[in-house]
Ligand binder design. Structure first.
Ligand code: FHN
Length: 430
């Protein structure tokens, strides 16, 4: 017995060591830089739940028994699905990557997996693999693909949703079987789908007292492809083995949703995700569409806080994206075409957000994004390194009056007609 306890302790120590000794490879570090440069991504929640038009939590919310819910697979036939159209939709909006639900909490795999027959290829009359079609199209079009993957599963007996957790495992389930199942699926997602660059975990928060074997899972992913970026929406501080940190429906540091109370901002690349209306999965009743101004300002604020912006749409069960979303995002795309240089490839967090807006920067260039009318007839940018040799409006190149002092730069905004969405001031330094 004593021997067993010692062995368990030893195994625990070794696995803890394996986690904490994670050193990202040079190609992983390069992938992180590239990730930060992309700035704007499309989040897609799409599954058999879309058929009910009540969001991705419909099974849980409406207490649909699993065996009844499973019938949705029999009618899943998205006749209008076109990977090309989705990728063009993202490109048109100025987005550089797509993160899509390969499997959500309902446990239905939206990819052709050998690990369970409950998947889009084997269990629907459609028999197609939208993740493969999307991966191939993304590769062709230079759009990066990340897979959302739910750790939580409402239906599998080995997960045993609702079971008490004792010693890190659900007493009514078969935890080793569930962990192995996830490992098999993740191996498929990384090995079979071309060009996958990230895994976006979710659902950890459902049982924070379970032993998720993250060391093994993260280790496996990085062993299969060391440059794949791992993020986990556990709503806690980042854990060893993770490559980026996400915030849900809040900018880094914010906590209006109550999700981010325990997630201190890390040194990893940051991402914030938000919905285009109020839903992740298709919701036929949700007409709270965000405006072009709200979306652009969210993106700019995210960039100013050094975070990417991952904006979600929930396509309809026929595979089409609502026209309202396309119309809004086409205007956002036009804005990005004109102003993208102040967003793509920049970094933020140089100074905290100000009353008037935020700053993004690249070597020798600062962009002040004036999102609200300044309280003073000027904006003040502290700690500017180097001498400012040029201060202009990005929109038309017109020169602006400035005063540089050791403590910072004053840019005079009186007399300027401010853009109600974002007035971008470009400062070039020596
Ligand atoms: O429960 C999910 C939800 O359905 C959605 O996927 C979001 C996306 O950030 N994450 C979870 C809630 O934290």
């Amino acid at each position: 017995m004593k021997k067993l306890a010692l062995l368990t302790l030893l195994l625990y120590c070794c696995s803890a060591k394996a986690q904490s000794s994670y050193t990202p490879t040079p190609d992983n570090l390069a992938a992180r830089e590239h990730f930060q440069d992309m700035k704007f991504g499309l989040f897609i929640h799409w599954g058999i739940y879309s058929e009910l038009g009540a969001g991705e939590w419909v099974m849980h919310d409406k207490q649909i028994p699993y065996n009844n819910y499973k019938r949705l697979a029999d009618f899943f036939y998205p006749q209008a699905f076109d990977a090309k159209a989705w990728v063009q939709f993202a490109k048109r909006a100025g987005m550089k990557y797509i993160t899509i639900t390969s499997r959500h909490h309902d446990g239905f795999s939206m990819f052709g997996t050998k690990a369970s027959p409950y998947n889009v290829v084997d269990a629907t009359p459609w028999h197609r693999d939208p993740m493969m079609e999307l991966a191939q199209e993304c590769q062709k079009e230079g759009i990066e693909l990340h897979f959302y993957y739910s750790l939580l599963d409402w239906g599998r007996p080995d997960y045993a949703f609702g079971s008490p957790i004792v010693n890190g495992e659900p007493v009514n389930g078969n935890w080793p079987s569930y962990i192995n199942f996830m490992k098999s699926q993740l191996t498929e997602l990384i090995s079979n789908y071309p060009g996958v660059k990230g895994i976006w975990f979710d659902g950890y928060w459902e049982r924070t007292n379970a032993n998720w074997h993250l060391d093994e899972i993260y280790g496996l992913i990085h062993k299969l492809n060391s440059s794949v970026l791992i993020g986990n929406n556990h709503h806690e501080a980042v854990k060893p083995g993770e490559d980026f940190q996400m915030f849900e429906k809040d900018l880094p540091g914010g906590n209006t949703t109550g999700f981010s109370g325990k997630s201190q901002i890390s040194q990893l690349p940051l991402e914030t995700c938000e919905t285009i209306n109020n839903s992740w999965g298709f919701n036929i009743n949700d007409r709270s569409y965000k405006t072009v101004k709200q979306i652009i300002q969210y993106l700019v604020n995210a960039a100013g806080n050094n975070a990417n912006f991952l904006l979600n749409v929930g396509p309809m069960p026929n595979g089409k994206i609502q026209p309202e979303f396309a119309d809004t995002l086409a205007v956002v795309g036009n804005w990005m075409q004109k102003n993208g240089e102040s967003i793509y490839g920049t970094r933020g967090g140089l100074i905290p957000p100000q009353q008037w807006g935020v700053i993004t920067y690249k070597p020798h260039v600062l962009y002040a994004h004036v999102l609200k009318t300044p309280r003073q007839p000027y904006i003040f940018i502290p700690s500017v390194e180097g001498k400012v040799s040029k201060a202009v409006l990005l929109a038309d190149g017109s020169k602006l009056k400035i005063k540089q002092q050791p403590e910072g730069v004053f840019v005079y905004t009186d007399g300027l007609t401010l853009d109600p969405v974002d007035t971008i001031i470009e400062l070039t330094t020596d």
